[in-house]
Design a protein around this ligand. Structure first.
Ligand code: ZN
Length: 333
């Protein structure tokens, strides 16, 4: 090999090695450097089917009908500045990798989907195998999706979405968070857990610790359902991500107050905000009423500015934090 050729090869090699070390997220279209994820909605839904695992089937919705209903809302979010959206609909609740890929391309928004199982709502959305298999066996299914793609597509999950019951953890909820810990150690995927109150959040963080997984691999989803604001402070301080993901027209002042509290405690760098909005519901005529993904931009940001938030702090909530929370990396004790 001639000298210039060797230099070029070395250059390409070092470039690839260096770029491999940079933080990244995994969208339905493939890997993206986390630094390019831009304004991000950390918890939304494009399609949700509440029929339950027993009668669940993708044949319950027509892809074109769902696509045509969802796309304008995705485009509206894009116009508001959204570049990346985490679709938190789990398997057996309407996760449709093929549809998400099509929407991501047409709407020019990064969409990230997930692996995992949803154990909330009295286990209505858990398939039969979830009750009989061990945590190791469940994690094996999730790791296979991470390695090979979802439902025969090339789409890989960019995070885990699980859900537990709202009180002290049941045995099956403990199994799901344990399976998530095992999967994290094999993949580096972040664990977003639909949880609600602080008690089961703290129990999950403890199980992760026992499994050797750090708290910052865990997103406490629907933290706004906890009644004591002090718990947001305590859990953010533990290192976990506090996801206040239910922004709507009616609760703007509550969000401004709680975010001001977390800012005062120097904990804004552990907080995520989103709407938990959307979605096409196959169980309703014409997919039901779709809640848009724009209230944060139209209502919350002006309220935060009113409360003294700087642009940098707003960018922290909508750009820096989701990129850090969802970057694929091992977070092991
Ligand atoms: Zn949700």
């Amino acid at each position: 090999m001639k000298k210039p050729a060797i230099i070029i090869v070395l250059f390409i090699f070092s470039f690839l090695t260096l770029s491999a070390q940079k933080p990244y997220i995994i969208s339905v279209k493939g890997k993206i450097p986390s630094s390019q994820s831009g304004v991000t909605l950390a918890h939304e839904h494009l399609l949700v089917d509440f029929i339950g695992a027993e009668n669940y089937s993708h044949s319950r919705w027509k892809e074109d009908e769902a696509f045509n209903k969802i796309l304008p809302f995705l485009r509206e979010a894009k116009e508001a500045g959204v570049q990346t959206l985490f679709d938190c609909t789990p398997n057996y609740l309407g996760r449709d990798a093929k549809l998400l890929l099509r929407l991501s391309k047409a709407g020019n928004v990064n969409i990230i989907t997930n692996t995992g199982l949803y154990g909330g709502s009295d286990n209505k959305y858990l398939p039969a195998y979830a009750f009989t298999e061990s945590a190791e066996q469940l994690s094996q299914r999730w790791i296979i999706e991470f390695e090979k793609g979802i439902d025969g597509t090339s789409v890989r999950p960019g995070f885990m979405k699980i859900s537990v019951n709202p009180g002290p953890l049941s045995d099956i909820s403990k199994k799901l968070i344990t399976a998530a810990a095992i999967t994290h150690k094999a993949t580096g995927l972040t664990i977003a857990s639909h949880t609600g109150p602080a008690i089961p959040a703290l129990e999950q963080i403890e199980i992760l610790k026992q499994q050797g997984v750090r708290a910052d691999a865990f997103i406490w989803v629907h933290a706004q359902n906890e009644e004591q604001d002090q718990k947001f402070v305590d859990i953010a301080r533990s290192g976990a991500w506090v996801s206040l993901d239910g922004v709507n027209e009616e609760n703007i002042q509550w969000y401004a107050d709680v975010l001001s509290l977390l800012k005062k405690e120097n904990l804004l760098h552990h907080v995520l905000i989103s709407h938990d909005a959307g979605w096409f519901d196959p169980g309703k005529p014409d997919g039901g009423t779709f809640r848009p993904f724009t209230t944060i931009f139209k209502k919350l940001i002006p309220a935060l500015k009113q409360a003294g938030f700087t642009q940098r702090e707003i960018d922290q909530l909508l750009i820096t934090n989701p990129a850090a929370a969802y970057s694929v990396s091992l977070r092991i004790i």
